[in-house]
Design a protein around this ligand. Structure first.
Ligand SMILES: *[C@@H]1O[C@H](CO)[C@@H](O)[C@H](O)[C@H]1NC(C)=O
Ligand SMILES: *[C@@H]1O[C@H](CO)[C@@H](O)[C@H](O)[C@H]1NC(C)=O
Length: 495
């Protein structure tokens, strides 16, 4: 879901009354960011409080390549990473994930092996349907047990857009909350729905109800479901003891616009890019009796902050044996403090940009390759900013392209290199980046398609052939060296 999809952020149809009400009762963050322009790495960062480059959710297959966990990728969340639900156990929390996990398909990556007590959902998005020969449909789990597959036991009608998944996920959430209230035990619910991810879906009672088409129907169902969850918390008198945060794992995917694409409001481009539209996301905190109603925080926030903030709420400290990128947002939320901190934008292992205060510096600009673009894949439809939304990877590490996000949230007018403003901002950004890069210890990349180190450790011999077949498919469409012939398109690499 994008920043611009909520009425409270200015979406003209105003079809999110529940989220708007949540903001009216709580705190809105206009400057909140995902940890990556793509789903898997962003979710790994949310649960570890660490940038994907640290927790291993990146690839070294090609420069600035985005990657996630399709079924073929053998990597996943390393055992050495400490996930939020693992840590919350120390404070007696019971944790459930409902919906999309995305941190690996193999048994060792199962959410119940990484701190969750319950799971209903799937290791991946609802891509498909597949032919069940070369590739099976994506499985759905209840805890340890596989209970079916998308498009089979869990139907999604691509023609009509009908699926009941959000309703099923909602019932799972409500049931979990009721049970924890009955037990009088603290709980952590990670409600990871994916109805706004293409192919977007909604249940029958929401289909056709939006002015915005099927994507809007999906947004409306998510909005109504959030309303149901908040209402249940109040009914059970848990409102004042439950901190609720709503956000997204990346900007809206304009590659599927306008029917399935969403809105990033005034921001440039969408998912897959390190422009604001790719990583600035909606964010609302709700905690009646603690957060005064109707607040706006201009704190630069990150999805990784939810890790540190949740630990703080539970009276726990973040682990001290590793770098944690998340900040405890409670001083910002409860006392209105503003903490100065840089926001880093990565694609794969490449630091593309950084924001400090209101200044954003791009070290690399890139949307996608000409080759992909010519096939009709466009991450910035209708938004060609000359020299900014480039289709070749343009390096600016010596003299970054800089924008003032207050005057120019759409990243259209680069500051003049010779100006005092540019020099002054660069003088503050450079040491922050140097400090980050000098201290950075990258994790072992988990999302490589043909990394022998990962393969030999985790793949039996018979699977190596499959892995190398994928490796060739990938090489054929590496972004830096367009293939001579028309490469077969593998959409999974850009979701
Ligand atoms: C959704 O649930 C309704 C009511 O049970 C049922 O009639 C419908 O077929 C279901 N749709 C899908 C796509 O599963
Ligand atoms: C964007 O605009 C520039 C300059 O006007 C032009 O050179 C470039 O080809 C355009 N790019 C696309 C993808 O249309």
């Amino acid at each position: 879901m994008g920043w611009g999809d909520l009425g409270v952020y200015g979406e003209p149809s105003r079809e999110t009354p529940n989220l708007d009400q949540m903001a009216a009762e709580g705190m809105l963050f206009p400057n909140f960011y995902s940890a990556n322009p793509l789903c898997s790495p962003s979710r790994a960062a949310l649960l570890t409080g660490r940038l994907p480059i640290r927790n291993g959710f990146y690839t070294t297959n090609a420069h600035a390549r985005n990657a996630y966990t399709p079924q073929e990728v053998v990597g996943g969340i390393p055992d050495s990473e400490l996930l939020l639900p693992e840590l919350l156990k120390e404070a007696g929390y019971t944790s459930k994930i409902v919906g999309k996990w995305h941190l690996g398909h193999r048994p060792q990556f199962h959410p119940l092996k990484h701190g969750f007590d319950e799971w209903f959902g799937s290791p991946n998005c609802h891509f498909g349907p597949y032919d069940n020969r070369a590739r099976p449909n994506i499985p759905v789990y209840r805890d340890w047990e596989m209970v079916g597959r998308f498009y089979e036991e869990f139907p999604i009608n691509l023609k009509t857009g009908e699926a009941n998944l959000t309703q099923i996920y909602l019932e799972e959430a409500l049931d979990f909350i009721r049970r924890q209230q009955a037990r009088q035990r603290p709980f952590f619910l990670y409600w990871a729905i994916d109805a706004t991810h293409a192919p977007v879906y909604a249940s029958r009672s929401f289909l056709g109800t939006s002015r915005r088409g099927r994507y809007g129907d999906a947004v409306r169902e998510v909005d109504a479901s959030v309303g149901r969850i908040l209402r249940l918390l109040r009914e059970l008198r848990l409102g004042e003891s439950t901190f609720v945060f709503f956000t997204s794992d990346n900007g809206a995917a304009l590659v599927s616009a306008p029917e399935q694409g969403g809105s990033n409001g005034p921001f440039l481009c969408g998912k897959q890019t390190t422009f604001e539209g790719g990583m600035r996301v909606p964010a609302i905190a709700w905690w009646p009796g603690h957060i005064p109603a109707g607040q706006v925080s201009h704190q630069l926030g990150s999805i990784m902050d939810l890790f540190s903030t949740s630990l703080s709420l539970a009276g726990l400290k973040p682990p001290r044996d590793r770098a944690v990128d998340g900040l405890d947002l409670l001083p910002a939320i409860l006392q209105g403090q503003l903490m100065d901190r840089p926001m880093f934008y990565y694609r794969g292992n490449t630091l593309m940009a950084v924001t400090l205060g209101l200044y954003k510096a791009h070290f690399w600009t890139w949307t996608n390759s000409w080759e992909e673009f010519k096939q009709g894949i466009n991450f910035c439809p209708g938004q060609n900013v000359s020299g900014v939304t480039t289709h070749t990877q343009e390096e600016h590490t010596k003299l970054p392209l800089m924008f003032h996000l207050g005057r120019d949230p759409g990243e259209r007018y680069p500051l003049s290199f010779g100006s005092a403003e540019y020099q002054d901002a660069l003088g503050r950004i450079t040491p922050a980046v140097q400090q980050h890069q000098e201290a950075l210890v990258p994790g072992q990349p988990q999302l490589n398609v043909c990394n022998q180190a990962v393969m030999t450790l985790q793949v039996p011999k018979s699977r190596k052939c499959l892995a190398s077949a994928n490796c060739q498919a990938l090489t054929a469409r590496q972004h830096l060296q367009p293939a001579a012939g028309p490469a077969r398109h593998l959409p999974e690499t850009w979701f």
